[in-house]
Write a protein that binds this ligand. Structure first.
Ligand SMILES: *[C@@H]1O[C@H](CO)[C@@H](O)[C@H](O)[C@H]1NC(C)=O
Ligand SMILES: *[C@@H]1O[C@H](CO)[C@@H](O)[C@H](O)[C@H]1NC(C)=O
Ligand SMILES: *[C@@H]1O[C@H](CO)[C@@H](O)[C@H](O)[C@H]1NC(C)=O
Ligand SMILES: *[C@@H]1O[C@H](CO)[C@@H](O)[C@H](O)[C@H]1NC(C)=O
Ligand SMILES: *[C@@H]1O[C@H](CO)[C@@H](O)[C@H](O)[C@H]1NC(C)=O
Ligand SMILES: *[C@@H]1O[C@H](CO)[C@@H](O)[C@H](O)[C@H]1NC(C)=O
Ligand SMILES: *[C@@H]1O[C@H](CO)[C@@H](O)[C@H](O)[C@H]1NC(C)=O
Length: 427
């Protein structure tokens, strides 16, 4: 029972601990989150104002960068993040005013419209993964990390912070990550007690689903400071890193075609669950994209190169799937789907609405806390939308987790975030 000490820091997980397989919706509701990527404003032409915000409880903003030398967390694209003007922005002429524009201003507006929507800044990701090791290596740099993360949350009017280090490699990395997250928890709590009416700013971890990665992650030690584990339950197979075609996000391993399932979600869920205080802290990541293999005879078979891509070879937006001329297949045993074109020999591993509905049933059965997607720009609209599909399979907006967001940021350097305090207090 190594997790008992962490349980004591929270009150709600005790319920789930006593009855781990209770339908989570009947206790505190489901988190429904999505990653929004700050490069979506360019080629993808997908804006914060396009998010299906009434169906969501959380937006994870990707990504902030981290300085490998100093540990400072900083915005990776200030133009997209805080500068460019949305069509509805009123540009201030007041001398010396500091106004938040860009994506974060729109996120703040969404929070004012939907008080149940939380916004979280995610640091790292695949692009900036190389910076963590040295950035978190000393007490001094970890202090800079935590202070700068708090400052961004405070300035930008956010509700929490997500750490996406892909991936800690050894015990030293693991210990440094725990110290960094612990310090951030302390700073959030001190800040909040003084300036935000004790609001609980969240800390989440974007967490790997591969055993080689999660076995190095100090899950049990981190759990005391972590509100949610965003399980990255995808990228199990792809043309750049697999030896045969395979499923990118299957729940279970295949006994009939083991080459098609190098990884599986169930194994990762079992591992995390045994190291944390409650499975309800795990939010199940789902893909809004597919990975395409060229020149293959089918699933679990050799291939040659990447297939079509929307923005890069081998990766296709869900909204463009299935490809014309291909047939869609479903393996309900492993909970996975794919499309195959027997004229071109192209195979695409991706989730259909049926598969994400089955995954929703799985996450309910396992007592997980909800779902999230990578990433919002590639969903379709209407009937086939995966966000809509899962939202309905969970039980609709009535079963969403209810936790009011924060609108009180008296220390923000932005006049239009700081100035909202009075509005917030009227609620
Ligand atoms: C990291 O910080 C150092 C020291 O302030 C600075 O010289 C360097 O340019 C920074 N690196 C990045 C990528 O911002
Ligand atoms: C700001 O100044 C510009 C140019 O003088 C003017 O066109 C605009 O209407 C002003 N905006 C506001 C909000 O006053
Ligand atoms: C604006 O800021 C500058 C530089 O900080 C300062 O010198 C100036 O007095 C300020 N003007 C007003 C009107 O506050
Ligand atoms: C792919 O093949 C290489 C070379 O045979 C092997 O080392 C590696 O483990 C294989 N990868 C997987 C995921 O099976
Ligand atoms: C794979 O594709 C490359 C380039 O399209 C080609 O040169 C090569 O012969 C192919 N390999 C096999 C085994 O078919
Ligand atoms: C796929 O087929 C539809 C309907 O037949 C057509 O409108 C669309 O342009 C086709 N897409 C591609 C990529 O060929
Ligand atoms: C190729 O797929 C199409 C569509 O599913 C099917 O009608 C056809 O019989 C298949 N051809 C072969 C040679 O398997």
């Amino acid at each position: 029972m190594h997790f008992i000490s962490s349980v004591l820091l929270f009150s709600t997980p005790l319920i789930a601990l006593a009855a781990p397989f209770v339908d989570h919706a009947s206790t505190k509701g489901y988190e429904v989150g999505t990653f929004y990527v700050n490069w979506a404003i360019y080629g993808r032409q997908h804006f914060v104002t396009d998010l299906p915000s009434t169906k969501l409880t959380k937006v994870n903003y990707a990504f902030a960068n981290i300085n490998a030398t100093t540990g400072e967390v900083f915005l990776s694209d200030p133009w997209a993040d805080v500068q460019f003007h949305y069509p509805t922005d009123v540009v201030s002429n007041i001398t010396n005013s500091t106004i938040l524009y860009g994506n974060f201003n729109q996120l703040f507006k969404l929070k004012q419209q939907n008080r149940n929507l939380k916004t979280v800044l995610s640091v790292g990701g695949w692009s900036y993964r190389g910076n963590f090791k040295t950035a978190l290596a000393t007490e001094e740099t970890r202090e800079v990390f935590a202070q700068s993360a708090l400052e961004l949350v405070m300035d930008l009017g956010l509700d929490g912070f997500d750490v996406d280090w892909e991936y800690p490699e050894d015990e030293t990395d693991a210990a440094n990550l725990v110290e960094a997250v612990k310090r951030l928890r302390e700073l959030f709590d001190e800040y909040s007690a003084e300036h935000a009416d004790g609001y609980h700013f969240e800390i989440t971890i974007s967490a790997p689903a591969g055993p080689l990665r999660y076995s190095v992650l100090p899950i049990a030690a981190l759990d005391a400071y972590v509100d949610e584990w965003n399980l990255m339950a995808f990228d199990y197979a792809g043309p750049g890193f697999s030896n045969t075609t395979g499923h990118l996000s299957n729940v279970y391993p295949s006994t009939s075609n083991p080459a098609s399932t190098d990884f599986n979600t169930a194994q990762a869920i079992a591992y995390y669950t045994s190291h944390i205080s409650s499975p309800s802290k795990i939010i199940l990541g789902m893909p809004l994209y597919g990975r395409s293999f060229a020149h293959t005879t089918g699933m679990g078979k050799p291939f040659n190169g990447s297939g079509d891509g929307t923005w890069e070879a081998g990766v296709l937006d869900y909204k463009f799937l299935p490809l014309n001329g291909s047939t869609v297949y479903t393996d309900r045993k492993v909970v996975a789907s794919w499309s195959y074109d027997n004229r071109t020999g192209q195979l695409v591993t991706y989730d259909t609405p049926e598969i994400q509905t089955l995954k929703t049933q799985y996450l309910k059965r396992e007592g997980l806390g909800g779902a999230w997607w990578w990433d919002s720009s590639s969903d379709s609209t209407g009937e086939t939308s995966l966000v809509n599909t899962v939202s309905e399979a969970l039980g609709g907006v009535g079963v969403l987790k209810k936790k009011e967001n924060c609108l009180t940021y008296p220390g923000s350097k932005y006049d239009n975030v700081r100035g909202q305090t009075a509005v917030a207090r009227r609620h």
